[in-house]
Design a protein around this ligand. Structure first.
Ligand code: NAG
Ligand code: NAG
Ligand code: NAG
Ligand code: NAG
Ligand code: NAG
Ligand code: NAG
Ligand code: NAG
Ligand code: NAG
Length: 404
């Protein structure tokens, strides 16, 4: 009995931190446990050094078996050199992923607070064991509880750089309720090696956020590469290459129809889209709000299904002309490359809120099998500069399966 108590006391005295975590001054260093769940050590580092401190996750293999929810970072620099593997206990994640409100989505890791950075030095690798998720999801759309890899939540003044993602569980990243976020030199790839496609492994989505700068990304994702969702403003995206993706997208917006969604001041520039569904496009449900002042410039693409696209009734393709979600002041400039079929643009704006201030300059789309591209437009301003070759029906699909 006495021995037992002494042993416990001793443990308390000599074990101020978890085994894999070391604190020296304001620096917390996390080293890998060698196969056990490393998330408690990482959480311990966030707890002890997340305010006015530094966190170093060393080289080596780390296992993450639990959600990490860290919302109180302040003046903290995080450096990661190791590989973080989220384990494949699907039932755990389905039950425990952290809700992020948007469309009942959830996340495995949420970071929030003020003035923090996360640098991966080109060494950090986030491995999501995604193939397990792609296979169990069996090509279905959004599965509740399937976690976004990393979410910035109520985060302000953040710098993220030099991180590689492979096989994320769901979206690679999500930026919500955040401001002044810079994310540079990120490398992402979700590719299924089975009969089931990845589904919803977007590069990033922004929502209720402003002042975001994205630069130097390479993304392979099978879904939207950079997607700007409701209540996002002042977004600048530069030098991003996307493979197998939806490339540069505003939306989806306008769902539910009772809530207005606003997107303002977005610039996408120096973008390459390869073998993708679309290149520079806007998708909304028949809802309310607006998309205003968006520029797509220097967008180069190869083998893209339908490069330029607008739909006010995405996915259902119904009630297209009732949408009140107004799209205005959108510029496409230097949009060049090859389309998969003979359509360069399919643009249908809602009759209830026609598009105004659309501008097209130097649009050069060549169908990959030869011939000339069609540009289909309905309910847009007549001085857009686009030589429309015909009208675009309301139910015009995002992806074509052949020539029009
Ligand atoms: C803690 O730091 C010491 C000295 O730097 C080092 O020898 C030891 O390996 C570290 N332990 C852990 C778990 O990081
Ligand atoms: C964040 O950094 C800015 C600029 O260095 C500083 O003025 C501000 O006080 C910091 N905010 C917090 C919450 O520490
Ligand atoms: C925005 O965040 C960056 C860190 O990425 C910081 O250096 C800068 O001071 C912040 N800007 C403002 C206005 O706080
Ligand atoms: C993404 O990963 C797949 C599968 O490993 C690979 O074939 C493809 O080349 C990768 N994409 C890029 C851009 O590296
Ligand atoms: C564009 O981004 C890629 C990938 O990060 C990088 O290798 C390249 O140097 C960048 N180009 C410019 C002009 O910065
Ligand atoms: C977007 O902003 C508007 C206006 O502030 C607000 O009414 C709406 O609820 C917001 N939407 C979401 C999804 O937060
Ligand atoms: C339009 O958006 C750009 C960013 O792309 C911004 O620089 C400009 O000030 C915005 N214009 C207006 C009128 O807000
Ligand atoms: C459009 O492309 C041309 C030729 O490559 C270039 O000179 C011009 O600066 C580009 N325009 C913009 C707005 O970048």
């Amino acid at each position: 009995m006495i021995l037992l108590i002494t042993a416990q006391l001793l443990l308390l005295l000599v074990a101020p931190a978890l085994a894999g975590m070391n604190k020296t001054g304001t620096l917390c260093t996390v080293t890998p446990s060698g196969g056990k769940d490393d998330s408690p050590s990482i959480m311990d580092a966030f707890k002890q050094c997340g305010q006015n401190g530094q966190i170093e996750i060393t080289e080596g293999d780390f296992t993450i078996a639990k959600v990490m929810d860290v919302l109180n970072l302040q003046n903290c620099d995080i450096s990661i050199k190791g590989k973080l593997t989220w384990n494949d206990d699907i039932q755990y994640w389905l039950k425990n992923s952290i809700g992020v409100t948007y469309a009942q989505r959830s996340t495995a890791w949420r970071l929030g607070g003020t003035n923090f950075s996360m640098r991966g030095h080109g060494k950090a690798l986030f491995f999501g064991n995604g193939q397990k998720w792609y296979d169990q999801n069996r090509g279905n759309s959004n599965q509740a509880g399937r976690p976004i890899s990393l979410t910035l939540w109520k985060a302000t003044n953040v710098f993220i750089d030099g991180i590689t993602w492979r096989q994320p569980q769901f979206w690679h990243t999500f930026v919500a309720h955040s401001q002044n976020i810079t994310m540079t030199n990120l490398d992402m790839n979700a590719t299924s090696n089975s009969q089931w496609s990845t589904v919803n492994t977007d590069g990033t989505d922004t929502w209720n956020s402003k002042d975001i700068f994205i630069q130097n990304w390479v993304v392979t994702c099978g879904d939207d590469c950079i997607s700007i969702k409701g209540n996002s403003s002042n977004i600048h995206v530069k030098n991003v290459t996307c493979y197998e993706s939806g490339a540069m997208c505003i939306g989806s917006l306008g769902n539910p129809a009772s809530t207005p969604d606003y997107v303002d001041n977005v610039l996408f520039e120096d973008i390459t889209a390869i073998h993708s569904s679309n290149a520079a496009w806007i998708k909304t449900y028949p809802g309310q709000g607006h998309v205003k002042n968006v520029t797509f410039r220097n967008i180069n693409f190869k083998d893209v299904n339908q490069p330029i696209y607008i739909s006010p009734c995405i996915y259902s393709y119904q009630n297209c002309d009732s949408s009140k979600l107004k799209i205005s002041d959108i510029t496409w400039e230097n949009i060049t490359g090859t389309s998969r079929y003979n359509v360069g643009a399919g643009i249908h704006c809602s009759a209830a809120a026609p598009c105004t201030g659309l501008k097209f300059k130097n649009i050069d789309v060549k169908p990959k099998n030869g011939g000339t591209a069609k540009f289909l437009c309905s309910n847009i301003n007549s001085d857009s500069g686009l030589q429309c070759t015909g009208t675009c029906p309301g139910g015009w699909k995002q992806q074509l399966s052949g020539d029009a």
